[in-house]
Design a protein around this ligand. Structure first.
Ligand code: ADP
Ligand code: MG
Length: 746
């Protein structure tokens, strides 16, 4: 069987079906074979209503009396109906699924699978899934049947018919996995043909398990192989070595207003050493929110500048880029001042001893003026930057403290052209910016090092564009920073044995954040008094909503609605809003006012999610919390607890029972633990990056299966030793390539 053949070559699939299939990305026979059944049901196991026992059950019957009840809990809807079979009738209930009321036709029979339980004194079937009886083939031989999902206009039955047509050819499906000695036993004994057959035509649950294990292995193998090949390709590139300079590093560390944590020291050292090499660094700096990644990045950036090369720091939002710019400017200015003071002290001492200090020393110190003041473009003209400077002797060049001259480049930057010229001429050492930094017309004189903050916010393409800006035939060193920790299992697979540095220690004095789930109904009694206390103490509050304006499609509270409400509730305080549709200047104004405590309650969408640092804000309220992923909730919560005051996070939910995710949030503040949980609940796409979301979500493999991962990893390593082997496996090559593109740059 040729898996690359078009679906139209299957008998009975005409141009119209083919077109419908193409629309859901099913173009080849191979695509269809890998479209696995959603679930398997044992339709012989239905139970007559009169004989039901509490627990998970399947009923075959008709449904009627469907109606939606809107509760006074504003956004909770309940859909009710009555299911009947020959033996009796039963009430069924769905929460927040109003479409259920229109889903069924009263004269058709369905299989309903759900939980039969006692609720408020009555038995009911809770949130059942439903399958049209007609969609289940009436085969008496197999009681165990695959159920395909509906894909846009394509009915489950269509898939079943196509599979039946392909069935005689299943035995001819070739294996995908290459032969090497490392192939584990169960793979050697099995075959892809058998595995796929077992999944599409199983006779019992055991069949589907074996089939899934084989395909999971295949999937992991491809993924890991792709990561290994990417790593090999990266090793063939050259980068500009950036020599470590202990004096420069020490000067900066001394000038910091705090002591580095030992985790920061260790991570910095790992990075500074690796920057010295001619192989491009490709490292992830992982550290929970507030662990102090920025200063580590600053020390690395300084090393590049010290070597006369340029650094780009890419941040996902203008607010964050601006904060980095201001923070680093302050840092390097402090270093410069401290250095000057030290030199003056040395001079004074030398004067006492009537010895002259070297002529260059002081001049060099003043040359170390970083960037400029806030209006960076103007300042650069006031203070014309020098060229790279030709040192009179190598020794003095090494010792001369050259702190980065900085610039901020966002969509809102004025005089962009002039700034871009300065970047191109090498008059700026450290450019901090947003997407504006990766546009085609931004060129560098000598970009040796890229830092990407909140790397998961960027797509591979965007990151790639930045890396291409280094001088010909070189690749820049890359440091990706993330507060969304990557579970070990992902590091090994998708990230191909990633080089990573970990900040597993928060700076001393941080207060733990108390997290509490509240139902919407408890707001008035529990939340408002707490908010009032907070405000009376002079502290500030974030209130997060999902939407900007009310919408019919999504029944969540909007920023604008909540803003009005909170203004009425807290008339004594300034309540303002922030969201993505505001102009950059407006956003910046609001953020600045919040930072300056001119605003006490900030009602915002998740635009505040990343990086924002306002230590006086110690309460975070997230409305409709069940709608966010764990990583995002954790990020949002990380906005508070940044000072030395107790901090609180309230998760408001409209769900009757809090979800597993929310309960985990309440229990743990450990980002790594939450990431592992998130991975289990939602799959890797979510963690890897919003832009790859979906593409990376594995069909069968479970990334917590460490044994299978280890086996696949061995096998892939063995195979990757001779990449030319790939030529013999064209299907594997093309599938691996797809993954390579998705996971390159790790
Ligand atoms: P994140 O890792 O979330 O990016 P930041 O780099 O923004 O964290 O640091 C958070 C805050 O902690 C900043 O105000 C920073 O100045 C401060 N900070 C960083 N390192 C230390 C330290 N070792 N001791 C005390 N405060 C620190
Ligand atoms: Mg940060």
């Amino acid at each position: 069987m040729d898996l690359s053949a078009s679906v139209e070559t299957i008998k009975g699939v005409g141009p119209r079906t083919a077109e419908a299939l193409a629309r859901v990305n099913l173009k080849t026979i191979g695509d269809l074979l890998y479209m696995l059944p959603r679930v398997y049901e044992n339709y012989q196991a239905t139970i007559p209503i009169s004989e039901l026992q509490p627990g998970k059950v399947m009923i075959r019957g008709k449904i009627s009396e469907l109606h939606v009840i809107r509760t006074n809990k504003k956004r909770l809807t309940i859909t009710q109906g009555t299911i009947r079979d020959d033996t009796g009738a039963l009430r069924t209930v769905w929460f927040n699924q109003p479409y259920r009321a229109r889903q069924f036709s009263e004269d058709r029979e369905y299989y309903f699978t759900g939980k039969y339980e006692l609720k408020s004194g009555r038995y009911q079937l809770t949130s059942p899934s439903a399958t049209l009886v007609q969609d289940v083939a009436e085969r008496s031989d197999a009681s165990f049947q695959p159920i395909y999902g509906q894909k846009s206009s394509l009915k489950p039955e269509t898939f079943r018919k196509i599979m039946a047509k392909l069935r005689p050819d299943f035995a001819k499906i070739p294996d995908l996995l290459p032969f090497t000695t490392e192939k584990p036993d169960f793979v050697r004994k099995g075959s892809r043909a058998e595995a796929l057959f077992a999944l599409h035509f199983p006779e019992n649950p055991e069949d589907t398990k074996t089939g899934r294990k084989y395909l999971a292995y295949e999937e992991l193998f491809e993924l890991i192989l792709a990561a290994k090949l990417n790593k090999q390709e990266n090793r063939r590139l050259q980068s500009i070595p950036l020599a470590f300079n202990s004096r420069a590093t020490q000067a900066i560390v001394r000038a910091l207003p705090f002591q580095l944590t030992s985790a920061q020291r260790r991570a910095t050292w790992e990075i500074l050493q690796e920057l010295e090499r001619e192989l491009p660094m490709n490292r992830l700096l992982q550290g929970d929110v507030g662990s102090g990644k920025t200063v580590v990045a600053a020390l690395a950036a300084a090393q590049a500048a010290q070597n006369g090369h340029q650094v780009a720091l890419l941040a996902p939002t203008a607010i964050l880029a601006t904060q980095h710019y201001e923070g680093l400017l302050e840092l390097f200015t402090a270093v410069r001042k401290a250095n000057l003071a030290r030199l003056q002290a040395v001079r004074a001492k030398n004067a006492e001893n009537t010895t002259k200090i070297p002529a260059g020393a002081l001049r060099n110190a003043s040359e170390a003026t970083p960037g400029s003041d806030r209006s960076h473009t103007k300042a650069n003209t006031k203070n014309p930057p020098r060229g790279q400077g030709t040192p009179s002797s190598n020794k003095s060049a090494q010792n001369r403290l050259h702190l980065p001259r900085m610039a901020l480049l966002t969509g809102a930057t004025t005089y962009k052209r002039r700034l871009k010229n300065q970047i191109k001429n090498g008059e700026i050492d450290l450019v901090i910016g947003t997407h504006a930094l990766i546009t085609d017309d931004t060129a560098f004189k000598s970009l040796a090092f890229c830092i990407i903050d909140e790397q998961h916010r960027f797509g591979v393409n965007q990151r790639h564009k930045l890396l291409l800006k280094s001088p010909k035939n070189t690749a820049p060193h890359l440091l990706s920073m993330t507060a969304t920790p990557i579970p070990r299992s992902l590091q090994l697979t998708i990230f191909g044995d990633l080089d990573s540095s970990l900040l597993d220690e928060l700076p001393a004095g941080r207060q733990p954040i108390t997290t509490k789930i509240l139902s919407e109904l408890e707001q008035a009694d529990e939340l408002y008094p707490e908010m009032r206390k907070m405000l009376e103490k002079g502290q500030q509050i974030y209130w997060i909503c999902q939407l900007i304006e009310e919408s019919k499609v999504m029944p969540a509270t909007a920023v604008k609605t909540q803003l009005k409400k909170l203004k009425e509730l807290f008339p004594k305080y300034s309540v303002e809003c922030l969201h993505g549709k505001m102009k950059p200047e407006e956003k910046e104004q609001i953020m600045n006012d919040f930072a300056a405590n001119k605003i006490q309650i900030l009602v915002s969408t998740t635009v505040v999610e990343v990086g924002v640092n306002v230590p006086n804000a110690n309460m975070m309220i997230i409305q409709d919390a069940e709608r966010y992923g764990l990583a995002q909730l954790h990020q949002l919560r990380g906005r508070v607890g940044r000072g030395d005051q107790a901090a609180y996070c309230y998760l408001l939910t409209t769900d009757e029972k809090p979800t597993k995710r929310l309960k985990e949030m309440e229990k743990s503040t450990d980002g790594f633990h939450l990431a592992e949980v998130d991975l289990k609940i939602r799959g890797p796409g979510e963690i890897y990056g919003s832009l790859q979301h979906g593409a990376l979500n594995l069909q069968v493999a479970n990334l917590s299966d460490t044994k299978l991962i280890a086996q696949a990893s061995n096998h892939a390593s063995e195979f990757a030793k001779n990449p030319e082997n790939m030529l013999q496996y064209p299907e594997l090559a093309s599938r691996t390539q797809k993954y390579q593109q998705l996971t390159t740059l790790n």
